[in-house]
Design a protein around this ligand. Structure first.
Ligand code: RTP
Ligand code: MG
Length: 138
């Protein structure tokens, strides 16, 4: 079964919509393999977003993702990576279709509610940044 890392970002917790978001993934048929609430250190956030180190928005991205606690979870199921990215919608919520998570819950490119791994290689790396083998239940 394919696994992917999802982060319900600090704005999802602030808005009180994390349950509704988890519900969408469960209804779709994905199994929760791991879940925890955590406030990221700068080091952990920089590792998570290492592909963006040279981007102009990197500092703001790390400031935001470390600003308050988030919910990290691993879900498992058929085509988990691609299906979750489609459920999330475009990175910029303004371009995200209604019915997608970002299209329904977000307006701002930084406060865009959710992260999902974008490939098998990044999913493997990102899951290890958040969970030990023992914390994965699938
Ligand atoms: P994520 O990694 O958070 O799941 O988002 P994503 O794959 O859809 O987008 P990505 O390109 O990986 O960007 C990571 C996060 O950086 C912020 N961002 N800001 N032009 C900008 O100001 C800009 N572009 C991207 C977003 O918050 C995005 O989620
Ligand atoms: Mg990304």
């Amino acid at each position: 079964m394919e696994k992917t890392l999802l982060l319900l970002k600090p704005d999802a917790i602030d808005k009180g919509v994390s349950g509704q978001i988890i519900d969408r993934f469960e209804k779709r048929g994905f199994k929760i393999a791991a879940l925890k609430m955590v406030q990221l250190t700068r080091n952990q956030a920089e590792l998570h977003y290492c592909e963006h180190t040279d981007k102009p928005f990197f500092e703001e991205l790390v400031d935001f993702i470390t600003s308050s606690p988030l919910i990290a979870m691993v879900i498992a199921g058929e085509n988990a990576i691609k299906a979750s990215r489609i459920m999330m919608g475009s990175t910029n919520p303004i371009d995200a279709a209604a019915g997608t998570i970002r299209g329904d819950f977000a307006l701002n490119i930084r406060k865009n509610i959710i992260h999902g791994s974008d490939s098998l290689i990044s999913a493997e790396r990102e899951i290890k940044n958040f969970f030990t083998e023992k914390e994965l239940y699938l």
